[in-house]
Design a protein around this ligand. Sequence first.
Ligand SMILES: *Cc1c(COP(=O)(O)O)cnc(C)c1O
Length: 389
Amino acid sequence: MSDKNKFETNAIRTQIERSQFLEHSVPLYLTSSFVFEDAEDMRASFAEEKDRPIYSRYANPNTSEFIEKVCQMEGAEDGFAFASGMAAVFSTFAALLNSGDHVVSARNIFGSTHSLFMNFFPKWNISHSYFKIDGLENIENLIQPNTKILYAESPTNPGVDVLDLEKLGTIAKKHNLIFIVDNCFATPYLQQPLKFGADLVIHSGTKLMDGQGRVLAGITVGGRELIDTIYRFSRITGPSLSPFNAWILSKSLETLAVRVDRHCENALKLATFLEGHPKVQWVKYPFLKSHPAYAIAKKQMKAGGCVVAFEIRGGLAEGKRFFDAIKVLSLSANLGDSRSIVTHPASTTHSKLTSAERAETGITDGMVRISVGLEHIDDIIGDINQALG
Ligand SMILES: *Cc1c(COP(=O)(O)O)cnc(C)c1O
């Protein structure tokens, strides 16, 4: 595929080799293994002298197509596809870190990633330090001789904070750290972290990449050497993406640009509406001028993404009442779906934390996260307006 083509064209025209039937749409290769011509073919395949699939835990034509599309989009050399976003996050860390290593990460990260740092990595003597997103100048004080990875998300889940990727990339380079960005909220259509110095980019394909709430998936892309380390670990430990889900995702990526354009257009309209609503205390959306990192968002993103966070006046009780009054939109924990989704983190995903712990990551009791979907914007705003009462 020519690099001269634009994003939308590459998303559609990246195609694996056709079979003898010259099918137009890529077929689904539901096969666990692949056959050998003879003993020499088998030897050469296992010796990796040939670039061909052997076993679907290692590689499969459908997962290879998905990986190639994402690599094209992110400007990456290579990648590995996982059964979920968390499988990608865990396997990437586990492949690269040794016992005794240390990670420096933003505190504002996906809940399960936070849980990995807190509850599981200590088992393998892997430690971490968190930096505050409004204190990037503090990061260098947290770096230790055993620090190996600098980790961040932007925009963050669920608070839609934006971190300066270029600044983080510069710090990582100076201290020889592997800089990893979870780019799930932006998608490669809106933001390509490798351009700002990231070494690896992780996605949950479950969100906007599929975009229709059907499959769980994850992917890590980046430079060939790091990906090879991740590949060697993952083909043994077995978190690979299923060919069926990869086939769904490759099709979904063909429409990523048009879908994400509309998600962003709807989200900005909703955010603007909420900003003027008397029951709303604050609204956070990367492309609203009132966002604390608006200038950074404008610099590193093409548009603001699909998630809007806002605070209802009246705290936890009013948040629950609003949630119950929603009629059209879905009450769910997912995001990046064609269906708009309303989440109240304080009473659901973050209910196990105390108010003070929630506040540390910017989650207030009346905070609502809306993943703005592809319904008509008048109906989205209409439902939220009536629920605000
Ligand atoms: C959802 C999500 C993940 C985890 O992805 P799964 O596919 O649910 O495992 C990781 N990071 C971010 C930012 C997410 O939103």
